[in-house]
Design a protein around this ligand. Sequence first.
Ligand SMILES: [Zn+2]
Length: 116
Amino acid sequence: MHELSLLTQVIPPVMAAVTARGATSCQAVGLVVGSLSGAVPEALQGAWPLATAGTVLEGARLEVEPVQAAIWCPGCQAEVAIDQFYALVCPACGTPSGQLTRGREFQVAWVDLDTT
Ligand SMILES: [Zn+2]
């Protein structure tokens, strides 16, 4: 599963942060996922229990925060949200742009620790 390998890359630093703060478990983890990151939120939820089994994150809730991809359009002189099917072409005026301003995010944004 593609999402499982993505998760196993971001989980070790979270585990390190949790244990460094002396927490024994974790309530929830917030994950920012860009629409062009290649990860499907539903599949991430499915892979999460597998990726965290046997770790300090086991049982924690995964909260996916989706980010809509956007490009900087030189034609519109504006940041324009794009659907992934448009690739890197402005949906408003059709100008191609190689300047992806967001959409490839895949990172842990926050961790809700249980410090009791
Ligand atoms: Zn445009």
